[in-house]
Write a protein that binds this ligand. Sequence first.
Ligand code: MGD
Ligand code: MGD
Ligand code: MO
Length: 764
Amino acid sequence: MKRKVSIIPPEELADLTIKPKKKKAAGIPAVMASLEHLKKELGVAKGIQMLNKMNQKGGFDCAGCAWPDPDGKRSSLGEYCENGAKALAEEATNKRVDPSFLARYSVEEMSTWTDYKIGKSGRITQPMYLAADRSHYTAINWNQAFEIIGKQFDALDHPNQAVFYTSGRTSNEAAFMYQLLARQWGTNNLPDCSNMCHESSGKGLSETVGIGKGSVTLEDLHESELIVVIGQNPGTNHPRMLSALAKCKQNGGKVVSINPIPEAGLECFVDPQKVGHILKGGQTISDQYLQVKINGDVALLKATMILMLRAEKKNPGTVFDVEFIESQCEGYPELINNLEQSDFDLAVQESGVPEQAIRDFAELVIQRKKIIICWAMGITQHENGVENVREIVNLLLLKGAIGKKGAGTCPVRGHSNVQGDRTVGIWEAPKEPFLKNLDDRFDMKAPREHGYDVVHAIKAMNENRVKVFVAMGGNFISATPDSLFTGQAVQNCDLTVQISTKLNRSHLVTGKEALILPCLSRSEKDIQASVLQFVSVENSMGVVHSSQGTFPPASKYLRSEPAIVASIARAILKNKTTTNWSEMASNYDLVREHIEAVIPGFEHYNQRVRIPEGFYLPNGARHKKFKTSSGKAKFTINPIPERTVAQGHFILMTIRTHDQYNTTIYGMNDRYRGIVNERRIALMNQIDMEKLGLSNHDIIHFKSYFKGEVREARQFKVVAYDIAVGCIATYFPEANCLVHLDNKAKVSHTPASKFIEVAVIKAS
Ligand SMILES: Nc1nc2c(c(=O)[nH]1)N[C@H]1C(S)=C(S)[C@@H](COP(=O)(O)OP(=O)(O)OC[C@H]3O[C@@H](n4cnc5c(=O)[nH]c(N)nc54)[C@H](O)[C@@H]3O)O[C@H]1N2
Ligand SMILES: Nc1nc2c(c(=O)[nH]1)N[C@H]1C(S)=C(S)[C@@H](COP(=O)(O)OP(=O)(O)OC[C@H]3O[C@@H](n4cnc5c(=O)[nH]c(N)nc54)[C@H](O)[C@@H]3O)O[C@H]1N2
Ligand SMILES: [Mo]
């Protein structure tokens, strides 16, 4: 039976109210908003009790972003933010998706709901099965679920017909077991959310400074003389980062933000945990705001470096760190040659930023040595995402601003353990030393052929080269680009298996058969062999620490992620494995022993992870040790992108509201941007609106253009906004259907979700 499910969210409008944009982030309104969400989902008393365990030593790690916790004293008021509280409310909700819920609604019916409504259904209580000829999920027991999986894997002709996706909430222990499972099965098909996220950072940084992670610690931010926040909206996505920026300011540092829209958190921050701060009205954050055009960053950085070069020539040795460049870097003459050949006026023009503002910014850079550049999706999700990262590195290297206190690279990660997952082997392109260690430790032969990343997994499914798709968390259908194409590709599979906490669209747009395997969440007690277990995670700054759930599970049928992986391993590997999977699932110390044996940097893992603040993984760049092919940090040449859009077309970026966690929609507002009760929004510059004869609240449709193909998304409301001319912002995942699968970064293959060429059509 071919189910007629809806792959994209319904194109229906809610009821928009437009309020003035906020100029301050956090403060009392943030506290109120957290309480509101907790009250709705689980009640205030239980909510506050749970919050007090979050991000505390010995407590559980916030499942929100990957921003680090302070090494020393933690705030007695709790180390959480409004959006961390919302993340918790969402997973600790009292609502349940149980067998009676799924008997009431068919898969087809639920697929017509918005992602907001689907997510609000609640926590999944037991394993659920959607048989090939059925319209509804029904409950089954765990053994039956693993038998179904075993049977489908038995039927495969080749190991590469299976794909194992991972989202970044998964702990180190579960992730390590999961990659081991995939590789013992015989494939490196391990795409993950990182492919859509910071892959461009990983690629750009590995090549230039020898490590795909950032080089700074939290203290470095406090001590920095200049922090540049480019292509990132920390007020919403990494709210605790605002405390670090505020501290830098209090220590005399400067902050510059570079963004097509002025984001509230980067303007002013009111620390909700400090009464004095609230009374004072908060801390101004940005000393300078540069309203760059979408993807004008290489041009902007190049113009800045040209000005730096001119100043250096005037007063040699005062702007560049000549000694560092000579002893530790390569490619300097080529870069200087490139800067000398580049057209300053063109760079200014292509950046979209007024020349004087660039001169002011360059002056700040010229005069300071301890510089940090922080970035996120505004940099990575572009065709030239890797070049963007490399250009950031160029600027830092010229200043010698890496590997010393108060300076360095700071790609701010998304999911709370996305960095750890990669460290322990979730990667479609693993390196030989890692595979060899796995082989030695587990008496196996891991496949050497690289596997599929997200984009290539979708292509393979489209071409019927994949039959079974397993997802460790996440929401593949709503998170990936080209929704209709991707949805149809996934439907080609014989079986899709989702290991999840909450209902999402990926449970509704499925293979012929589908399974939902419900797992424990971060905050819940994980007891194996009568012992309370803990897991570990790595934050954005390379600190590995423990996370232990302390609250009762949402349902007695839930299993932990490691336990589920171990059972899948037994079901599909049978006598192909000599590994004792049950033992690992019943004592996570044993998993950590394996990690220690296979991955450098985890020495004495079990001891050190028990230190409350955890431990730092080795990071060469942090100590000026560049593990590149030559042992030197590399300058690179990154041309100003030539990609333009046709006359009359716009560049569209897909961003997050203040009320969502990726595809999990907490609410219908985007408070800082003044948007109330609507997600189908187009933030446009007044000048562009006038050209098209548009006013606030007008309804428009988008057509996107790529490689001669046209995609469409209908029904968005126009909102006049302070956004760079020619640029439009809308929200993810509603607009994912506009992103062509081939509209992706060179080298990293990260979908270019921030650069979509669109035409705006006024609804008649
Ligand atoms: N509450 C909450 N927290 C989250 C998430 C969430 O959804 N909700 N998601 C998590 C994840 S997985 C991630 S990856 C991070 C994402 O964190 P962010 O990267 O901050 O998220 P986005 O909303 O995609 O915002 C991108 C920012 O880049 C800007 N931008 C877009 N294009 C350009 C450009 O070309 N140049 C420049 N200079 N700026 C540009 C946008 O205006 C926006 O401010 O947050 C993590 N934390
Ligand atoms: N257009 C556009 N698309 C984008 C982006 C963009 O900016 N624009 N951003 C991209 C980025 S940066 C990312 S990281 C991806 C995100 O892609 P994903 O990581 O795939 O998506 P999420 O929405 O984070 O996944 C949410 C689901 O994870 C499950 N879940 C939550 N907690 C747990 C847990 O503890 N264990 C398990 N097993 N499951 C859990 C729940 O069922 C929930 O519905 O999306 C990408 N897609
Ligand atoms: Mo992400």
